[in-house]
Design a binder for this molecule. Structure first.
Ligand code: GLU
Length: 325
């Protein structure tokens, strides 16, 4: 990956006002590199916008860099056209990412190199278990640790995980501890169908881009100790983490993306940003819905405070639904 240390430039440009696509145009804080990493499995909706806005505001409020990474590894699950649709929506909402869009589909060599590094250190083993074989298991039971159970079958690669507490302090959720061996066991890094696992790609890419601050949805809180374990196995630094609540249906169920309330309307971006700022605890003034998108961002960057984000794992939408929008 190209080095992404922003060249300090004293142009006096405000955060958020630099040209998209020019990694060196803004006054960058080299100690903060954030990112948004959507999967191209559908267009952005209120839930993903919420995450994107929070990570953008946290980066810009720290005069940091903000990268955009499309997680298009799992080609079979990808929805055609969805990468373009996501980028177009982000542009309509006025996001300005630094540098070129990173695409995981173009980074297989890096994932392969990481796998080889782990293999050389004796930390990997080949596993012939199918998803079905493991469907009843809470964690990987170690079936192929001493060699693939099915000789001659296609195999995936797993990281040997030893019992050890992984502890980190999430900037929103606080202390989090997990023994990865007890929680999930040996971690699948490359599937039998040769697709690299999310956990490998995210660790390799965050390090490759020099990401220092990960802010993402709380559905990944539980996965974070696995990522830290893998970082340690690869000798990579651990970024700081902040997991924001997942927006859910009023009853706590997974957000129904088909509902009108969560679909994004490209005609009223400022009004929708205002709604998201409200869900992030920023208490935006009512008239922010009428201002230009640039003015809406300027207001939010100036008023961003991570401590105002709800400290739950889940944020039922009732709150937002009652707001005029
Ligand atoms: N691509 C993941 C998703 O859309 C996010 C990964 C991450 O932020 O680490 O859920």
């Amino acid at each position: 990956a190209p080095a992404t240390t922003g060249t300090a430039e004293t142009s006096g440009a405000e955060p958020g006002s630099a040209d998209a696509g020019d990694g060196n145009a803004r006054t960058a804080n080299a100690a903060y590199v954030g990112r948004f990493a959507p999967s191209p499995t559908g267009d952005l909706h209120l839930g993903s916008l919420y995450t994107a806005v929070a990570s953008y505001l946290d980066a810009r409020a720290h005069s940091g860099r903000w990268l955009l990474r499309v997680e298009d590894l799992d080609r079979p699950r990808e929805i055609p056209g969805s990468t373009d649709a996501i980028l177009a929506t982000l542009e309509v909402f006025g996001f300005e990412w630094d540098g070129a869009v990173i695409r995981q589909s173009a980074r297989h060599d890096y994932y392969a190199a990481a796998i080889e590094r782990l293999r050389e250190r004796g930390l990997l083993f080949e596993c012939s278990c199918s998803r079905q074989d493991l469907a009843e298991e809470e964690r990987y039971p170690g079936t192929c640790r001493e060699g693939p159970r099915l000789a001659g079958a296609a195999t995936g690669s797993r990281l040997r995980v030893e019992p050890r507490q992984i502890h980190f302090i999430d900037r929103i959720q606080g202390h989090f501890r997990q023994d990865v061996a007890a929680a999930c066991g040996d971690i699948l890094l490359k599937r039998r169908d040769r697709i690299y696992a999310y956990v490998l790609a995210v660790v390799v890419d965050d390090a490759g881009s020099g990401v220092t601050h990960v802010l993402r949805g709380a559905d990944l809180l539980d996965n974070t100790p696995r990522q830290i374990y893998l970082q340690q196995a690869l000798g990579l630094p651990t970024p700081t983490y902040a997991h924001i609540p997942l927006i859910s249906e009023p009853d706590g169920a997974k957000l129904a993306k088909s509902k009108r309330s969560v679909r994004l309307d490209a005609n009223t971006p400022a009004a929708q940003l205002r709604r998201v700022f409200d869900l992030l605890g920023l208490a935006p003034p009512a008239d922010l819905a009428q201002v230009s998108i640039e003015a809406a961002w300027r207001w939010a960057i100036a008023h961003w405070e991570l401590r105002r984000v709800p400290k739950s794992l889940c944020l039922p939408l009732t709150l937002g639904a009652q707001l005029p929008d």
